[in-house]
Design a binder for this molecule. Structure first.
Ligand code: SAJ
Length: 407
């Protein structure tokens, strides 16, 4: 029987391809007709290291893509769970709609595996009621499983194979069956646990990283105050066997680390001082970058905003995803305080998604006086000599020359 993977985005597609490569019969479903058509034309929809080769193997193993749900007994839901900026809550509408579409076609005794990140408690609060409402008996007609994804953009294919995984299930036997399914490609440990622990551990992992980055960012601010070298200090501290501080930067973006901690803050407002403050520190970083830009403008008497260039629009290096990106947050802040006109460039952003501020790399290098490195793409590392004579604010500590200003 085939496994039907619902949602062919950043997580669903590589997962579907990996299953197919390992010999599992896969139908990938997405409601986006264009996306499905492009996959059927053998064209990938986003860039990721190793994805093309994986696509080839999956195609030769007969993977199918469709806009329709397939009648079968195993579904994996990898639809997006958008985040509502104002309420800081997760919007489960795509999960709800996927679950209902599965219920329309599935066989009795179906395993319904949710991989999408959800806020802890959502299986009970959101998913179960949908199933019960439709007259299905959970544990008999439908076996619910939560198998949160853990792969990192930029290294997804490797991590699919070598990261350990968590399977949350009501029923241990079903958990073991799902574990067997994922073992078709996952070489690492797969832990079977209860539903609540699976939901919670996923969010805890991302919250841990957010707090660690917040610590590094706070250190960067302290070091700025008295002109100390935060990178040197972190490097030395990390030589201690029990210290492992992450790197400061212009902010924390992406759809995961900057979002998931809010679920805990939302549900436990009285108990989440540390988590809330870590979020605040990381969210304050684009403002800190703006302050640094102002320092440099003042020092060098640069008055014209169009002489400032922001390098990098994506949320991190070597990916094409702009969700919650620190540069977009910085641009928003600049709009509040400065006139429009700062220039931007990113080698991964091909369309003019950022109005007419987006220029070619040639124009960028020609026209700006101050370069703010916001993202450490390989592209800028390879072209670092081209900006050597500019005033550079290096928020990612990649510059090989001493003249660069740091966070
Ligand atoms: N960042 C720093 N300093 C660092 C590391 C990261 O400022 O030392 C920034 C990045 O520049 C970026 C943000 O943090 O703006 C997040 O990037 P990331 O590479 O840390 O993580 P994501 O969001 O791409 O992926 C995370 C991963 N979670 C953990 O490492 C705990 C990944 O394994 C998850 O699967 C993913 O979230 C997810 O989907 O939840």
């Amino acid at each position: 029987k085939k496994v039907n993977i619902i949602g062919l985005g950043y997580i669903g597609l590589p997962t579907a391809l990996m299953f197919a490569k390992s010999g599992v019969k896969i139908v990938g479903t997405d409601y986006n007709k264009e996306l499905v058509a492009s996959l059927n034309r053998k064209e990938l929809t986003f860039e990721e290291e190793g994805l093309e080769e994986l696509f080839e193997s999956a195609l030769s193993n007969g993977i199918e893509f469709s806009t329709e749900y397939h009648k079968t007994d195993t579904y994996i839901v990898t639809v997006p769970t958008p985040y509502m900026k104002d309420s800081k809550k997760l919007d489960p509408k795509y999960v709800i709609s996927a679950v209902n579409s599965v219920l329309d076609v599935c066989e009795k005794g179906t395993k319904l595996i949710i991989e999408s990140t959800i806020s802890p408690g959502s299986i009970d609060k959101v998913v179960r009621p949908e199933i019960v409402k439709r007259g299905f008996v959970i544990g008999k007609d439908i076996h619910l499983v939560h198998a949160p994804e853990r792969i990192i953009p930029g290294n997804m294919i490797y991590e699919l194979e070598y990261n350990s995984r968590t399977i949350g299930a009501d029923n241990k036997e079903i958990g073991e069956e799902v574990k067997k399914l994922y073992s078709s490609f996952c070489k690492a440990d797969i832990v079977v646990t209860d539903m609540r622990s699976a939901e919670m551990s996923k969010v805890v992992e991302n919250t841990f990283r957010d707090i660690n980055i917040a610590f590094a960012n706070e250190l960067a601010k302290i070091c700025r105050e008295d002109d100390m070298d935060v990178y040197e200090i972190i490097k030395i501290a990390n030589m201690h066997p029990r210290v492992n501080i992450l790197q400061p930067g212009p902010g924390v973006g992406g759809h995961c680390i900057s979002v998931d901690p809010w679920f805990l803050v939302g549900d436990y407002p009285d108990l989440t001082n540390l988590i809330l403050n870590a979020r605040k520190i990381n969210d304050s970083m684009p403002g800190h970058v703006l302050k640094r830009i102002r320092d440099i403008m003042r020092e060098h008497k640069v008055k014209d905003i169009s002489e400032i260039g922001l390098y990098g629009l994506t949320y991190k290096e070597n990916v094409d995803d702009m969700r919650e990106s620190p540069t977009l947050q910085l641009l928003e802040k600049m709009d509040e305080h400065l006139a429009f006109g700062v220039k931007v460039f990113d080698p991964f952003i091909k369309t003019k998604q950022v109005d007419n501020q987006f220029v070619s790399f040639e124009d960028f290098v020609d026209q700006v006086k101050i370069v703010v490195v916001m993202v450490a793409h390989d592209h800028i590392k390879e072209n670092i000599e081209r900006i050597k004579d500019k005033l550079v604010l290096d928020t990612k500590n990649i510059c090989t020359f001493d003249s660069a200003y740091k966070l």
